[in-house]
Design a binder for this molecule. Structure first.
Ligand code: NAD
Length: 360
């Protein structure tokens, strides 16, 4: 029996996680796995109930379960609260408490959605890449940092720092992921100017020695940014530090089209994982059954793969999503302006995925 902690959160979080849990349960059951869902509060829902965006017992439960499926947090109701007590603090705290050092953001174009990208169809066709971003180190956390007044002039500084163990563990995450894919890793860096990047190149090369079956190349971050819009289908796994990964994962995601389709996983030591859609709580459509649950359903597929070691069940879910889209089913966010397509609500899209999984 595998335990999963579900944190629906705010806005559309509860409706999209509900559909993802239905799909998870069926996909796991088809491969002989029984899941037990625990539920907890995070974000605004937790503020309303307990006066804090994340209670200690929820953190403890997350550690016990090892796998967390999260919806989204935030909304106008809590926008005027002080930064330290806002819903987003709950998200930052759970990532920190679980030591989630690796952020995995796949960017895949389902053939039926090739037209939804802002890039030409022939460029977009076949994109299936994964950005593995280091999440807990680098320039966002390095010391010294801060602002000062120096001889009457305002000055500010940040520090980019990594030690070899931080680089080696994220590199291993990337190489492990590549083994389940097309066995190619691109390490993105700026080694022509940054000593930190030179260390990354050395350590990634050393880790590559443990993975003779995976091909590695090093790519400068500026040329990677260009190649991502020119020839995105050439990439398999991209591994990089916090700053470059922040930028490149958004770039890679957006070339695929809709926000409602983008899943993510954040992994920590000891296999603990947190899975969530990239989108927010969409308060403009919350509670109206108009949201797209596919980003959360695809996040659930990542949970099956990374936390439950059930890659076949994960493939079943992705295949079901692909089939449903190929059959022409769309939620409202996937319909381009001017297209005359009937749309499904969140629940009905969940039903179609379950049917495609053979659970009708
Ligand atoms: P958002 O992602 O919530 O919404 C942006 C736009 O995309 C909206 O028009 C929304 O309706 C649409 N959209 C998003 N997800 C969708 C889905 N699954 N199906 C259909 N349409 C979808 O971003 P925002 O409007 O900037 O932020 C709203 C709230 O969410 C804020 O409080 C913000 O702080 C929070 N937020 C939370 C997270 C998170 O929990 N990880 C991430 C981003 C924003």
């Amino acid at each position: 029996m595998d335990r999963i902690l579900v944190l629906p959160g705010d806005g559309i979080g509860p409706e999209v996680t509900r559909e993802a849990c239905r799909v998870l349960e069926v996909a796991a059951e088809r491969h002989g796995r029984k899941l037990v869902f625990e539920e907890g509060l995070i974000g605004g829902a937790s503020i309303d109930a307990h006066g804090t965006p994340l209670a200690d017992d929820v953190v403890a439960l997350a550690r016990e379960c090892g796998a967390v499926l999260l919806g989204a947090v935030g909304g106008p109701k809590w926008d005027d609260m002080p930064v330290d007590t806002r819903p987003e603090r709950g998200l930052l705290r759970i990532r920190k408490e679980l030591g989630l050092f690796a952020n995995l953001r796949p960017a895949t174009v389902f053939p039926a959605l090739v037209g939804a990208s802002t890039l030409r169809p022939e460029v977009v066709d076949g994109i299936d890449l994964l950005v593995v971003r280091e999440l807990t180190g680098g320039i966002y956390f390095g010391e010294p940092r801060g602002r000062a007044l120096v001889e009457g002039r305002r000055e500010a500084r940040n520090t980019m720092v990594y030690d070899e163990s931080e680089v080696a563990r994220i590199a291993r995450t990337a190489f492990d992921a590549a083994r389940g894919r097309r066995r190619h890793v691109t390490h993105v860096h700026k080694a022509n100017v940054l000593e930190v990047s030179q260390l990354w190149c050395e350590v990634v090369d050393e880790v590559a020695g443990e993975y003779p079956d995976v091909e590695l190349n090093h790519q400068l971050v500026d040329s990677c940014a260009m190649l991502l819009v020119r020839e995105p289908a050439r990439f398999d796994v991209i591994v990089t530090g916090n700053l470059f990964g922040d930028i490149l994962s958004d770039e890679a995601a957006m070339i695929t089209g809709s926000l409602g389709m983008l899943p993510s996983a954040s992994l920590g030591e000891g296999g603990v994982g947190l899975y969530e859609p990239v989108h927010g709580s969409a308060p403009d459509i919350a509670g109206q059954d108009r949201s797209n649950p596919l980003a959360t359903i695809l996040s659930a597929a990542m949970l099956l793969e990374h936390s439950l070691s059930a890659p076949e069940a994960a493939s079943d879910v992705r295949r079901a999503v692909s089939q449903v889209l190929a059959a022409g089913h769309r939620t409202a966010d996937l319909v381009l302006p001017g297209q005359d397509t009937a749309t499904l609500g969140c629940r009905a899209m969940g039903d179609r995925i379950l049917e495609a999984l053979g659970a009708s």
